[in-house]
Design a protein around this ligand. Structure first.
Ligand code: A3P
Length: 338
């Protein structure tokens, strides 16, 4: 979906194809970023830049470029992909609990002391800023918000598995708007719901256009179902035990009959529930990192399906539903957050 939003702040990209395709240094990354089309609409972490046909905060593009140039995916990697506000925190907690369940139980899991986002690396940040390198034998999980077509080539070539979670667009939008309002804004007034809605509908949102992101992974999951598991937040909410079992099998960490009898799946589901996670001290008072001022508590708001009804007018809902139907309907993808 092309962004249709006209903007005075939009400048045309001068990055040449050569620069786009060759390995880059931090300086060349920044030079390219400085030429990208920009939007200041969401007033969150600075400008959103249009990079490879998706909108992204510039501080994440540098790490994305680095990952695209240098990340060497292994067949054993498991990528957790999503648009922010689609259930990433939940998916991270669940998958982390699944793969570490023989090392930890609910009284020893690192999730007690670290936010779910700090328990595993984010491709766009950690490999670039923190110098974290995948080593054999370490946790196989890596998170990313990149669209499918922008994942490092090695992720696709290695044949590693991808778990994608997405969310009904009206709820995803409302969640994103609330989240943005909780970020530190300095002297800036946070944006109104109406302003944010206009941007979202026009494709201008974090890692948007939203529908393009979802569609990229949806198509890939139809083409390579053994490699890409496509989950919906709403279904995960309805049948959590079923999808946790399925996700564990897909990732190559199936629950044994004994574990099932012992209630291991249920125990992980309960530990990773909104109620439990949001009430852990680390998620009430902790933050992502010193330089990225995202407080863990902003990642837990309501955790409900259908909260859009409390914020969107019938006209707004109809407009978003129309875009969803137009963009995704012909590919057999629909959502239910009624
Ligand atoms: P709401 O704003 O609708 O409450 P992400 O993790 O991708 O940023 O998504 C955040 C959304 O997931 C928020 O939605 C948040 O409340 C919800 N969420 C966080 N942890 C959850 C959990 N354990 N179970 C269900 N929803 C959760």
């Amino acid at each position: 979906m092309e962004s249709q939003l006209p903007s005075e702040k939009t400048v045309s990209s001068k990055a040449s194809n050569e620069e786009e395709n060759s390995p880059k240094t931090p300086e060349t990354y920044r030079k390219i970023i400085s030429t990208l089309p920009r939007e200041y609409g969401w007033k969150a972490h600075g400008d959103l830049c249009l990079y490879q046909n998706f909108w992204c905060f510039s501080y994440l593009i540098e790490g994305s470029m680095f990952a695209q140039d240098h990340y060497n995916a292994q067949p054993t990697d498991i990528f957790l992909c999503s648009v922010p506000k689609s259930g990433t925190t939940w998916l991270k907690a669940l998958t982390f609990s699944i793969v570490t369940r023989t090392q930890f139980d609910n009284s020893t899991t690192p999730l007690l002391f670290q936010g779910p986002h700090n328990c595993l690396p984010l491709l766009e940040i950690d490999f670039y800023r923190k110098g974290m390198k995948p080593e054999p034998g370490t946790l196989p999980l890596v998170a990313s918000h990149l669209p499918y077509s922008s994942l490092p080539k090695s992720v696709i070539d290695s044949g590693c598995k991808i778990v994608y979670v997405c969310r009904e667009p009206k709820d995803a939008f409302v969640s994103a708007w609330h989240f943005t309002r909780k970020l530190p804004h300095g002297v800036e007034e946070p944006m109104s719901l109406e302003e944010a809605f206009e941007l979202f509908c026009n494709g201008v949102s974090d890692f948007g256009p939203y529908w393009d992101h979802v569609l990229g992974f949806w198509k890939a999951s139809l083409e390579r179902p053994e490699k890409i598991l496509f989950l919906k937040y709403e279904e995960l909410m309805k049948k959590t035990v079923f999808y946790v079992k399925r996700t564990a099998e897909f990732m190559g960490y199936p629950f044994s009959l004994e574990e099932e009898k012992e209630g291991k799946i249920q125990s992980i589901v309960e530990f990773c529930s909104f109620e439990k996670l949001s009430n852990l001290e680390i998620n009430k008072t902790g933050k992502y990192s010193e330089d990225i001022p995202v407080e863990n508590k902003t990642l837990f708001r309501k955790g409900k399906v259908g909260d859009w009804k409390n914020y969107l007018t019938p006209e707004m809902a109809e407009r978003l539903d129309g875009i969803t139907k137009q963009q995704l309907g012909e590919f057999g993808l629909s959502f239910d957050a009624s």
